[in-house]
Design a protein around this ligand. Sequence first.
Ligand code: PBG
Length: 339
Amino acid sequence: MTSPLHIAGEYPSTRLRRNRRSDWSRRLVCENRLSVDDLIWPVFVCEGQQTKSEIESMPGVYRYSIDCVTEPVRKAAELGIPAIALFPATPAELKTPGGEESLNPENLMCKAVRAIKQAEIEIGIICDVALDPYTSHGQDGLLVNGEVVNDESVEILAQQAVVQAQAGCDIIAPSDMMDGRIGEIRDALDSSGFQHVQIMSYAAKYASAFYGPFRDAVGSAGSLGSGDKRTYQMDPANSQEAFREVAFDLLEGADMVMVKPGMPYLDIISHIKQAFAVPVFAYQVSGEYAMLMAAAEKGWLDREKVMLESLLAFKRAGADGILTYFAIDVAQKLREANQ
Ligand code: PBG
């Protein structure tokens, strides 16, 4: 095949600026576009009533009590956002070493799912599967002699997924990075009559410092203390390893895969999309949001422009969709632009 570089002419007969001269021409040759259909909105829920509390390190992002969550979710649906991803801020007194609250059908996550379903809002609900919002040590799995054990954790995670499916969850999203959990979760869902429930696997999830504000939001930062998640989340130095992670999850039954964090890992998104040709999602995580917002608040960056540019970059890398705390704002912007 002739390389595209050979097809291209040379200056001065070829001038790449010609296509960029006017707005209509730039639109004509535009390769990637962000649409509302690409957005997934992460939503934090908390105990209490009539509560909407802002997360300090994530300006504009709130934890909603169950009675307050349906309104913003309805707004998301009306804007055309296809799905939300729920995360619970479990009260500290309900956190235990074994994370038993994760299996409580009356936990925050399940109550939120039921409230949204009962309100008959047309939107997909994604539930995070991992133990960190429920464990007193803040790890995603069970801790035995200082080590996060795999198989015992997977057993609970599979039960957690079933509990969430029973509450009405549409997509199970395991974010724990234990080995073999997708297969076990698929089996557990299937044998409980939930063959139709999808699995979006956090397949290539890195041990990143960009999750800091999220851990504040769900209150797991204090529990984790000086601990880290490097024995199960991926080493930021690795890219080939991501192929094995994704391959295993797909073989085990994942319907779609995710790369996380987002912006510092666009190379991984691109490799995975090209190699596997399956739906690939990216998570623009809390630290990325916090970073852009902080600079915007200082007047150092144009908030709206960096928001749209950063999300478009995911599309260019090959992502089919993006989990982003900007989802509502972006959906509104896109709607205004189309009017
Ligand atoms: C829980 C989980 C985390 C995030 C999503 N699910 C945090 C972590 O693994 O420590 C991070 C999301 C974000 O930073 O926005 N396993």
